[in-house]
Design a protein around this ligand. Sequence first.
Ligand SMILES: [Zn+2]
Length: 416
Amino acid sequence: MILDHTGNITYKPAGVEAEPPLCHRCGNRDRRYFYTYYADFHESMVIYCMKCVNLGRSDSVTPLRCRDTERVAEESPYGLSFTLSSQQTRASERILETVKTGGSLLVHAVTGAGKTEMTFESIEWARMNGLNVAFTSPRIDVVKEVHMRLCAAFKGSDIDLMHDGVKQVYNHHFTVCTIHQLYNFIGHFDLIIVDETDAFPLPQDPLLMQVVRRAASPRASFIFMTATPSRQLIREVGRDNVITLPRRYHGHDLAVPKLVWHNVSRDLGHGRLSQKLMMLIDAILAEERRVLIFLPEIHMMETLFDLISAHFPASASVHSGDPERSGKVERMRKGEIEVMLTTTILERGVTFDRLDAIIIHAERFNSESLIQMCGRVGRKTTDPVGRIWFIAHHQSASIRKTLRTIHDFNRRKVEV
Ligand SMILES: [Zn+2]
């Protein structure tokens, strides 16, 4: 069923039960996330759930309404402007097999392997057989990009889009949404694809994994996709249900980061832009390329941005709370921005042409983030390698692990 305040069925007489506290929409039982106040209108105390309040309020006085799940089989042909690589074809077949038989599959794919396209065959089959499909990710940027690509491929299909503040709703037979939006579905989806499974906040919030399971029908299949799977996820799906895709779709190696030892934050403390960094950016722009500069803190990013924007006018900075975030990403895509400073928010889900990357204080990031950041470059067939610099104050375990992982992937051949 679909929880929807315009629905014709009462799912629960109230969204929140008082004692012990329980939210029927998101399953929250943690007292810290309930807010209680006296409501004059109801002449009583009202408790509401703060955990899912951004989906609309679930409280102790309002019934939770819903409508029944419908299943409609539909011809949903897709178009692709290129043919899948042998590695993608193998993965696509394995995903389809899982969707036909039920169960879970973890696709451990190097960044830029073309994961989204590997699911098309299964989505077409699922929709033809009347299965409800959800393509979901913890990250809004990933959701937006995937929705764009799915709409371009499945031209005849109505694809719902749901993330914070945005709702483009048809009938929820084929939905692209953030994981949080799955709180609105119970037993509804028969195929759930979770992209960038490991991205914040999924591993930190076990409720979110529960919500994926709750949104699924009893016979549903689950496809988890990531470049950096956690041990916990591998355990959950079982080793036999993991496939590894070591090559990018264009077949080129991943770029290996160059290490530069330098303490950028000391320069910033003195109000200086490091000469090394400036020369590096100059050289990148001279080749008519663009650069993403990753920083570990917003404050450091803002200080550096003041210095950089004085030298490089076509620059911008972006972080998760930035209301102009999508506009800036779009301007970068169009080539109007050449130097983009960012937090980890752009470590996934974005693809730019002719791009290099600089990671400042690389020693402060974990290896999962470093691998994702490196994964931003060399994604296009026209520019398949790209360059990466780690500017680090000192060596770290995460830097070593990242280099090891990249070398491992580059050594591996496609298992056909
Ligand atoms: Zn709730």
